[in-house]
Design a protein around this ligand. Structure first.
Ligand SMILES: [Cu+2]
Length: 230
């Protein structure tokens, strides 16, 4: 009972709100969620096999007066070799299964320096400062704490900061990406879906950090054009 009471504050502290990164609304977010589920699935598989073997071993090779309790004692050399091969090769295969999509997605999504920006798309400048986000469009339209995006396009964000390090994060779309002083970087969001999302600063940046939030509105291409030409 005492142990259960000890657990309660941890449950409260863990926060029970929806895990929005697992409800992605952009191609970028979907790739990230895929990696989370892939890693989680393989972890569950490994856990199930290890628990099964543990319970099986504890029962099959439990101590009795009649025998010694060394499981490998009952295996011949060939069985031991096969076991060692299995627990070497299978983890390598699992790591390769995780590594291939991880490297592909990480390479595709990594923020790059301005000079290395690779793709065409809607360019938007994102400037962070304590404790506010400013979004500037090609038409010189400027707005604080509201980011409007066209649905289904490739969005190219040019991230910069006027003071300390901040981190751009829209859990349902993409992020977290640091905005670093004197080092503008480019980050892409692919194919956002229509909707209204919450964004926040994900790097502790000062006393009002928790209030450094913004709203993301993904609208049709037409509404977007009207907005930035307004
Ligand atoms: Cu911040």
């Amino acid at each position: 009972m005492k142990k259960i009471r000890l657990l309660i504050p941890f449950l409260l502290l863990s926060g029970c709100s929806n895990i929005t990164v697992l409800n992605p609304k952009s191609a970028t977010g979907k790739d990230q969620a895929f990696l989370i589920w892939l890693g989680f699935g393989i972890m569950l598989l490994v856990l199930a096999v290890v628990l099964f073997l543990l319970v099986r071993t504890v029962i099959m090779y439990r101590y009795t007066k009649a025998r010694e309790h060394d499981p490998t004692h009952y295996l011949d050399d060939k069985q031991k070799r096969n076991l060692q091969l299995a627990w070497t090769i299978i983890p390598v295969i699992l790591l390769v299964i995780i590594a291939i999509p991880s490297i592909r997605i990480a390479y595709h999504q990594s923020p790059v320096a301005e000079a290395d920006s690779r793709h065409e798309g809607e360019h938007i400048h994102v400037s962070a400062k304590q404790f506010q986000w400013t979004f500037t469009y090609d038409t010189d339209k400027k707005e604080n704490n509201l980011l409007v995006l066209p649905e289904g396009e490739t969005i190219i964000l040019h991230l910069s900061t006027e003071d300390v390090i901040h981190s751009f994060w829209v859990p349902e779309l993409a992020g977290k990406v640091d905005a670093i002083p004197n080092k503008p970087i480019v980050y892409e969001i692919d194919h956002p879906e229509k909707g209204i999302y919450k964004g926040k600063c994900a790097e502790y940046c000062g006393i009002q950090h928790a209030n450094m939030t913004f709203t993301v509105k993904v609208v049709s291409k037409e509404e977007y054009e009207n907005y930035i030409n307004d």
